[in-house]
Design a protein around this ligand. Structure first.
Ligand SMILES: [Zn+2]
Length: 386
C-alpha cells in the first residue's frame, strides 16, 4: 500500500461520489485516498465475485483484478449478477469488467482471462494488496490459501452451497485455511453446486461480506482481529463462528512449513480434471442418521458433543451429551482422549458437520448427526432437559 504523501488527491466528482462513505469514522478523506490507491485481486467472476467486485468497485478500490477463464452460461445468471442475459457466451472477465467500469470509471479493472494455477498464482498475487477468493472447488481453495501465505497477502475467502455460506478472513501470520482444515475431504464425498444446487441470494450475502471484510482491512480497521471463520445458515438465518488460531504445526504457515512452493493441487485433492469436487460447507464430514447414531452409541464408547449455544442445549439434548459451543471446539480438541470417538450434534446438522470435520482434521474419529437434535427428536429417540 502507498504512503500518505503519494496517495491520490480527490477530484470534485470523487468528493461527491464517495461523500456518504467518507463521513464514516475510520474512512474519511484519507481512507478514501487509501482505497483509490489499493489493488485487490478477485478470483472468480462468478457468484461470489459478482457481489464482492461490485461493492469493491462502488467503494472506489482503485485497481481490481478479475481472474476467470470461463464464459457466461445461462445457468449462471440466477446468482452471477455481474453478467446480463446478452453476455451468455462472453468471457466472464470481459462481461464483468464492462459492468464494473460502467459502475465506477475511477476503477482500473484488469482482466486476467485465465484459470488460476500453480504456474501463475504467485506472480499474480504479488501485484495486489489483498486477495478475495470466490473460486468454487477444493484444489483452487488450497492453491489460493497457499499462494496468499507465500506472498504474505491477506485473504478473504468464501464458499457457498445450497442454503449455506462460509466466510473466512486470513491475515498474514494469524492462521490460514490449512490451520483449520490441513487436507481436503476424500474426493467424491462432496457434492458440487451443479448437483446440490445453490440459493443465488446466499452468494450475494457472502460476496457482500467479502467486500465488507476486504474494505475493513484496506482501511486499517479491525487491526487487532486475529482472523475469522464464520458460517451462515440461511434457513435458520443464523451466523456461527469456528475457532481460528494459527497452528504452529500448519504445513504452510506453521513454524516449520513443509510446503514452501505451490504443488499440484488437483493431485493433492485426489481429483481428475473431469470430476473436480466443489467446496461444500456442510457436506464434508461423515454423517449418521438418528437410528445409526443410536446403534453407534449402543455398541461403542462414544462421547456426544453438542456444539449448540448453552441456551439451546438447556432446552433439550441427547442423554449424556456434553455442551461445547462450536467456537470453543479448539478447547475440546486440545484435551479429548484420541481413542474415544465423538458424535457431534447441533440443531439441524450444519454446525455439527463443521465441528466433526474440524475434529477429524485433528486426528479424532468424529461423526455428524444429520438432521441434528430436531431430527433426533422427530425420530422418537430419547432426549432430556438439563
Ligand atoms: Zn496455516
Amino acid at each position: 500500500m502507498k504512503h500518505e504523501h503519494t496517495l491520490p488527491q480527490l477530484t470534485s466528482q470523487q468528493l461527491g461520489r464517495y461523500q456518504r462513505q467518507m463521513v464514516l469514522p475510520g474512512v474519511g478523506l484519507d481512507g478514501q485516498r487509501r482505497l483509490l490507491a489499493s489493488r485487490v485481486l478477485v478470483i472468480g467472476a462468478g457468484a461470489l465475485g459478482s457481489a464482492a467486485a461490485t461493492y469493491l468497485a462502488a467503494a472506489g478500490v482503485g485497481t481490481l483484478g478479475l481472474v476467470d477463464g470461463d464464459t457466461v452460461e445461462l445457468s449462471n445468471l440466477h446468482r452471477q449478477i455481474l453478467h446480463d442475459t446478452d453476455d451468455v457466451g462472453a468471457a466472464k472477465t470481459t462481461s464483468g469488467a464492462e459492468r464494473l467500469r460502467a459502475l465506477n470509471p475511477d476503477v482500473e479493472v484488469i482482466e486476467h482471462f485465465a484459470f488460476l494455477s500453480s504456474a501463475n498464482a504467485l506472480e499474480l498475487f504479488r501485484h495486489y494488496d489483498l486477495i478475495v477468493n470466490g473460486s468454487d472447488n477444493f484444489p483452487a481453495r488450497y492453491l489460493v490459501n497457499d499462494a496468499a501465505v507465500m506472498t504474505g497477502k491477506p485473504l478473504v475467502d468464501a464458499a457457498i452451497l445450497r442454503f449455506e455460506g462460509q466466510l473466512a478472513v486470513f491475515r498474514p501470520g494469524r492462521g490460514c485455511y490449512r490451520c483449520l482444515f490441513p487436507a481436503p475431504p476424500p474426493p467424491g464425498t462432496v457434492p458440487d453446486c451443479a448437483q446440490a444446487g445453490v440459493f443465488g441470494a446466499v452468494a450475494g450475502v457472502m460476496g457482500s461480506m467479502q467486500a465488507v471484510e476486504a474494505l475493513k482491512i484496506l482501511l486499517g480497521m479491525d487491526e487487532a482481529e486475529p482472523g475469522r471463520f464464520m458460517i451462515y445458515d440461511a434457513l435458520s438465518s443464523n451466523w456461527y463462528r469456528m475457532p481460528l488460531n494459527r497452528d504452529a504445526a500448519c504445513p504452510v504457515c506453521g513454524d516449520s512449513p513443509t510446503i514452501s512452493t505451490l504443488i499440484d493441487y488437483e493431485a493433492f485433492c485426489g481429483v481428475g480434471e473431469s470430476a473436480i469436487a466443489a467446496q461444500a460447507p456442510s457436506a464434508r464430514a461423515r454423517a449418521v442418521s438418528a437410528t445409526e447414531a443410536q446403534d453407534l452409541l449402543k455398541d461403542r464408547n462414544v462421547t456426544i458433543v453438542d456444539v449448540r449455544d448453552p441456551h439451546e442445549f438447556a432446552a433439550g439434548h441427547l442423554p449424556g451429551a456434553r455442551n461445547v459451543p462450536l467456537e470453543q471446539l479448539d478447547q475440546l480438541a486440545a484435551t479429548h482422549d484420541p481413542h474415544v470417538p465423538i458424535l457431534v450434534v447441533c440443531a439441524a446438522g450444519v454446525r455439527s458437520a463443521y465441528g466433526a470435520e474440524y475434529l477429524e482434521s485433528r486426528g479424532y474419529t468424529a461423526w455428524t448427526l444429520s438432521g441434528g437434535f430436531s431430527g433426533w427428536q422427530a425420530s422418537g429417540q430419547d432426549w432430556t432437559i438439563a
